[in-house]
Design a protein around this ligand. Sequence first.
Ligand code: FAD
Ligand code: MLT
Ligand code: ZN
Length: 491
Amino acid sequence: YTSESYPGLKRDPKYSEISSEHVEFFKGILGGDTAVLDGVTRDAGDDLEGYNSDWMRKYRGHTRLVVKPKSTEEVSKVLKYCNDNMLAVVPQGGNSGLVGGSVPVFDEIVISTSRMNNIRSFDEVSGILVVDAGCILEVVDNFLAGKNHIFPLDLGAKGSCHIGGNVATNAGGLRLLRYGSLHGNVLGIEAVLPDGTIVDDLSKLRKNNTGYDLKQLFIGGEGTIGLITAVSVVCPQRPKAINVAYFGLESFEKVQQAYIEAKSQLSEILSAFELMDGQTQDYVHQVTGNKRPLEGRHPFYCLVETSGSNTEHDNEKLEHFLESVMGSEIVSDGVIAQDETQVRSLWGWREGITEAIGHFGGTYKYDLSIPLPELYSLVEETRERLSSAGLVGKDDSHPCVGVMGYGHMGDSNLHLNVAVRRYAREVEQALEPWVYEWIKKRNGSISAEHGLGVAKKAYIGYSRSETMIRLMKQIKDLYDPKGIMNPYKYI
Ligand code: FAD
Ligand code: MLT
Ligand code: ZN
C-alpha cells in the first residue's frame, strides 16, 4: 500500500485487511439492507469516492468499507469488533474538515454518523439540547429557530457538517467571540471507546465539579480516542434583532482601530467581527459574479454583526458606530444591511471565501492564532516570499494564483491561504516549516480551530511542549491501546 496524498507514509501492517468475513459480520449487526457499502448495498447517490476524498480534494484514502450505524449500541458493536480484529477506523461526519482528518489514509473503515440524526430532547427553560452526533448543524439550528433559540456555533459548512464532527474538531466559527467555544457550551457527551465501552456522560448540568472533566478530551479529540454518538449543548436565546455592517479600510492598523471602537461602542451586542482582505473579496466577486457591496476597492474589509433584543436600538448603535468610524477616517466606506436578504448577502462575502478560493484548483490552508498586532504581517511576508521565489503569477507556468488572508479578527485567528492551480512540492517546501517557525517565534498556535488531522500532525511541536505531547500520547494509549482510532493522524 502507498498513498499518493501522503508521501513517505507506509501502511502499518499491524492492521488487518478487510475480508468478506468482516463484511458479513457488519451486515449481520447493521442489517443487510443499506448499512454497508462496497458492492453490498448503498444509499442513493453513495459512492466510495465521496468517503475517501476530503472537501479540498487534497487528501485521498482507499477505504473499501463504509459502515453506517443507526444507534450507540450499533457503534459499540462495530468498534468492539474492529478492536478485537485489529481493523483501523475513521469516524466521519459531514466530511467538511480541512486538515485531512476525516478521510482514511489507507484502507481504514469509515464509520459514518449520517444515520444517527435524531434530536433527542430540548428544554425550553434551560435551553439545553441533546442531539445525536450525525445531526447536521443547519438542521439543528433550524429546529432551534422554531424554539426561539440558536446553536452556539455557526460556520460556512453548516449545511453539511455534523454536530459530532463540530465537537470532535472543537470548531470555532463565526460567533465564538459572542458565544464562546464548544469547550464551554458542550455540557455532556456520549461516546464509544474502541473496545466498545459506552461512555455515558450526557450531563445536562451547567455545574459539575466532581472529578476530571473527561468529556473535554473528546472535544477537539478528532476521533482519536473514541466516537462521539451524542452531545448535550447549552443554547442561547435567539436574538430578535440581527444587524450587519460591511466596510472597507485602507490598512491593517485601521482594522485594529475599528475593532477597538466596535468593542467599545457596540459592547454587549457585538456578535461577530470578521476580517477579509481585498484579494479574498476580488475572488468572491470573480467566482460568484455578485455586485460588490461597496464602490471601489479597499485593501481590507470587515464584517460586523450585532445581535440583541431591540432592532431599533441596535440599528441606531450600529449606525452611530459606522458614522463615528467614518468620521474619524478609520473606515473609508461602509454599508449597513437593510433587511434579512441583505444580511445574508453581506455574510456571503465572508462565508463564500473558502469555496471561491477553491475554484482555482487547490489551497494551502493555514489556520493560525497570532497576537493581533502582527496578524496580517504573515500574509504580507508570505506574498513576498512566494513572489521572490517566482512561484506566484497570472499564467499557468506559476503554481500559485495568490496569497490571501481572512479570519476571525475577534479571536486573533488568521486564515492564511495560498490558492494554487495545482498542489506542488516546491510551494509546500517554501511554506513549511517556514510558516510554523514564524508562528512559534510569536508564541501563536499552528491550528486555531481546524485541528491537526494529517495535515498538521508533524508540526504540533511548534505549538506544544514535549511534556504536553508526551501527556497527549499517554492519553491516546490509555483510551486506544491498540491504536485503531483514526491512525496516522493528530499526534
Ligand atoms: P468531518 O470532516 O467528517 O470530521 C472532522 C474530524 O472529526 C475527523 O478527524 C473525524 O474523524 C472526526 N469526527 C467526525 N465525527 C466524529 C464523531 N462523531 N466522533 C469522533 N470523531 C469524529 N471550522 C471551524 O472551526 N470554523 C469555521 O469557521 C469553519 N468553516 C468552514 C467552512 C467551510 C466552507 C468548510 C468546508 C469547513 C469549515 N470548517 C470550519 C472546518 C470544520 O472543521 C468543519 O466544517 C466541521 O467542524 C467538521 O464537521 P464534519 O461533520 O464535517 O466533520
Ligand atoms: C472560515 O473561517 O471561513 C473557515 O474556517 C474556513 C476556512 O478557513 O476557509
Ligand atoms: Zn475559520
